[in-house]
Design a binder for this molecule. Sequence first.
Ligand SMILES: [Zn+2]
Length: 192
Amino acid sequence: MGRLFLTERDREILEEWRRGSIRVLDDVQRDKYREPTGKVIVVPCADGHQMFDICKFQVERTAEGTEPMVHILSLNGGPLLLAPNSPLLEAGDTDDKVLLKHIGAANSIKGTPTVILKPHAPCGAAQAVSLSVIDVVELLIGAKQRMREHFPLLQVVPKLHVDWAYREGELDTKKSYFLSRENFEEWKRVAA
Ligand SMILES: [Zn+2]
């Protein structure tokens, strides 16, 4: 499969989250105090069209004079696999347990307490089970909650990676955002 593109509905919602009065997606560059620097474990989707941008983003945010340490643990769908009752898992699948095991080991080996959960839009694994970007964020929140229960000492940071491209070959269309759970819940209340 080639590069994927946002559905019009998902694009509308994402633009509202970025530009509307309730800012569900924060600009990470304007919110440095919440941006982890230095050593990080990142759990993204494995999508090969996005991985370079995800690595580049973290390397660029490594503190000056510090060697980058970006420990990536990635399967198709990424952190969406960690949500309770994830629709990405079929009966008998243990991908979630595999990911949790490796996150725990990475924390022990590398000594970093920061784990970034970073699903993305558009995502082939999410589209395969007909998830909207709203569903993706719901699963991300569930995944974060499960991580906190499983690893109470780790700092778990929820983010969303968006590829805004309209067509194949468009460059510089990829951005990473913090997810504000509080603002997402507020947005849902207003949108209902
Ligand atoms: Zn994906």
